[in-house]
Design a protein around this ligand. Structure first.
Ligand code: SF4
Ligand code: FES
Length: 374
């Protein structure tokens, strides 16, 4: 694909706030959370949604942080619904009370995705950094009672991957329509905590066998999505389906990014406070920089997979090499692959020793802005 060809975006990830009652050590939010405290107002979000729909967006994912911390969430959902957007709430479920859930249902919310850290309270609450397991289960039951489709999302790592069978049983018990078992992506807080999170190869092999068997057993009843761990693959994934190709992310302060972690890259900023979403998508330097294949170095430039994985993840390349334009070091053909191989080797060796101490994500202060009550 030449860099001139710009498709219409399919999905918008709206990160409404980086505020969150949880403290997950694998959070992909920025390390400098305080820099993003000046959140968009309700009116600014409603304008963004209208512009997104006009640009062709069909799916809206409302995320954070914890989107339920926004008092105007119901108003945002109602507006999205009226525009014809399919709305998905991605939540820790803390704050999803019966009253709030009823308001969101009436506003037209289509789907709820709840994160769970493990299958049992002690580990789940330890990973979340706050008592939350019981409230998550209550919220999951409420979602089903209200007739919403329910997805459970479980981020996998060294501390819970051995319990994947029990996690699947919990999802079944809750009547989840779908479970996403997603291995940790090592950006942000997760990269900082990588030594304590990366599982060993032996752990992965056992988990994969459990997931394969569950998939066969649950076919037609519950969809089981298993997102393979980047570090253990031969090739990288086509991150975001390719840079600036299908998705855009608007972060709490109004900056627009091709992926939720692109704020880590040394690229010019583009904000909905200064430009239209259409200009940002089509013309802004941040979206143009890695679109298509023209920017690629070797080995990607001459590789037959260059339009399959688009050279992998730019944020990962930057985090591991300091240069976002290099081949993703996850790829076994990358000249930097040794960085990833060494981390995997260290995880195998660490399997015999006590886990490294994990740094919890802090809870940032948010700047008060006028919001409607939803
Ligand atoms: Fe993908 Fe580049 Fe590796 Fe080829 S060399 S498989 S295009 S990351
Ligand atoms: Fe940013 Fe992959 S997370 S390109």
């Amino acid at each position: 694909m030449a860099s001139a060809a710009v498709d219409r975006p399919f999905g918008l990830l709206a990160e409404l706030t980086y505020g969150c009652p949880l403290h997950c050590p694998y959070c992909s939010n920025p390390l400098d959370l305080a820099a993003y405290a000046d959140e968009l107002t309700t009116a600014e979000w409603l304008r963004v949604l209208a512009e997104a729909r006009a640009l062709g967006v069909l799916q809206l994912h409302l995320s954070g942080g914890e989107p339920l911390l926004r008092r105007d969430l119901t108003e945002i959902v109602r507006s999205a619904s009226e525009l014809g957007l399919y709305t998905n709430l991605i939540t820790s479920a803390l704050g999803l009370t019966p009253r709030r859930a009823g308001q969101l249902r009436a506003a037209g919310l289509d789907h709820v995705q709840i994160s769970v850290q493990a299958d049992e309270p002690a580990l789940s609450d330890r990973l979340a950094g706050t008592p939350s397991f019981a409230r998550k289960l209550a919220a999951a039951r409420l979602v089903k009672e209200l007739g919403w489709p329910l997805t459970l999302n479980v981020v996998l790592h060294r501390h819970n991957v051995d319990r994947v069978g029990r996690v699947l049983a919990l999802a079944e018990e809750l009547g989840a329509d779908r479970i996403e078992l997603a291995h940790t992506q090592y950006y942000g807080w997760a990269l900082r905590n990588r030594a304590g999170l990366l599982p060993s190869r032996a752990q992965l092999e056992s988990a994969e066998a459990v997931v394969r068997a569950a998939r066969a057993r649950l076919e037609g009843r519950m969809e089981v999505i298993y997102v393979l761990p980047d570090y253990h693959g031969r090739y990288p994934k086509p991150c975001m389906g390719g840079w600036g190709r299908r998705q855009l992310t608007v972060i709490p302060n109004g900056e627009v990014l091709p992926c939720p972690t692109a704020h880590t890259l040394p690229l010019p900023r583009a904000s909905v406070r200064e430009h239209s979403l259409a200009w940002i998508w089509e013309c802004s330097p941040v979206f143009q920089r890695f679109r298509g294949t023209d920017w690629m170095p070797d080995p990607c430039r001459s590789c037959p997979r260059r339009e399959v994985d688009f050279g992998g993840c730019r944020c990962q390349a930057f985090a591991l090499t300091g240069d976002a334009a290099r081949t993703d070091p996850v790829c076994h053909l990358s000249p930097d692959h040794g960085i990833v191989a060494a981390a995997v080797q260290a995880a195998d060796e660490a399997a015999q020793s006590p886990a490294a101490v994990l740094t919890p994500r802090p809870n940032p202060s948010r700047r008060a802005r006028p919001q409607s009550s939803g």
